[in-house]
Design a protein around this ligand. Sequence first.
Ligand SMILES: C[S@@+](CC[C@H](N)C(=O)[O-])C[C@H]1O[C@@H](n2cnc3c(N)ncnc32)[C@H](O)[C@@H]1O
Length: 221
Amino acid sequence: MLPTPYVKCDYEKVYEPAEDSFLLLDSLEKDQLYLSERFNNTLSVVCELGPGSGIITTFMMQNTMPTNNSIYFALDINPWALEATTDTAIRNSCEKSYLETIQSNLTSSIRNNEIDILVFNPPYVPAETIPDIPMDKNDIDTWLDLALVGGEDGMKITQLVLDQLDSILSINGVAYILFCARNKPENIVKLMKNQWSIELVEHRKAGWEVLSVYRFSRKSL
Ligand SMILES: C[S@@+](CC[C@H](N)C(=O)[O-])C[C@H]1O[C@@H](n2cnc3c(N)ncnc32)[C@H](O)[C@@H]1O
């Protein structure tokens, strides 16, 4: 069992790691061999969307996922998450890994078809609306709301990413995306399965919620 990174952040500003974060760690651990074989020793671009505290990106760096020839991008809309991710990496002695933290609305800051591994624990809680992105770094309540609420069916943000997946991922790229049951992931699988190979990697009951992590890759490979 791979160790969980030590995380100490101000949870009034960034999302506190929870069952969803840990399910993603377990999914990546389960797929460690799959990923190292898939990417062999090629230079791999790993991108976490919404790193929050940085626990997942740090876990990947600590365990040199997919290989020791990887570079890591952590993109978050919340500026506090970028500081937290850098701190978590340092606390866990990952200074030698190449890590770039970027304030970014989804993957808009990255060129098309460059990402080999995309990891996303999105804001997935169903809500009527999603707050506007604050202009003020100190509007911490809104940053925290943005970490949680996902609009109708909790799918508004995730759907934006799924719609762009073809232009986000490299030819050999894979994406790990977390869903809750209210996101109706089985409908996504039905709609996307002609073009994408979609595997359920892990699922778990967390309180009254059922969480699942799916792996997406292109069918043609
Ligand atoms: C559920 S939290 C996950 C945090 C962390 N990855 C974890 O698993 O503990 C969702 C993260 O997505 C970020 N986020 C929300 N909307 C975003 C957007 N439009 N672009 C980039 N990041 C976004 C939030 O700021 C938050 O850090």
